[in-house]
Design a protein around this ligand. Sequence first.
Ligand SMILES: [Zn+2]
Length: 110
Amino acid sequence: MGVHGSCHCGRVRLEVPQAPAWVADCNCSLCRRTAWRTAYYPPAQVRITGETVAYVWGDRMIGIHHCPVCGCGTHWATLGEDFGKMGINARLLDGFDEAAVEVRKFDNAA
Ligand SMILES: [Zn+2]
C-alpha cells in the first residue's frame, strides 16, 4: 500500500511505496521557477499513469515531465543513463506536508 498523488486536474496519477523522509529544494534555474520539492525513488517502485510532456534542457540527461492539461510538474526521469532513481514532485503526493519532512537545499544554481 503506497502513497498516491495526482496533478491538479487528476489526469496524471502517481504512486510511490512510501512518503518521502526528505525532499530536495533545488535552486537551479528551472526549480526556482517551478518550486518543486523533489523526492527520489527507484524507478521500479514508482507507478505513473496518464499522459505527460517532457521538457528537456541543459545537459539533456533527464526529461522533466508535466501534465499537458493543468501544467503541474509531476516527475523527472532519465533519458538514457541509469541513475538508479527518478524524481517525483512531492507536492503532488496526498498528505504531503513540507513542514513535516526534512528539506535539503540543493545548490545547483546555474
Ligand atoms: Zn493535470
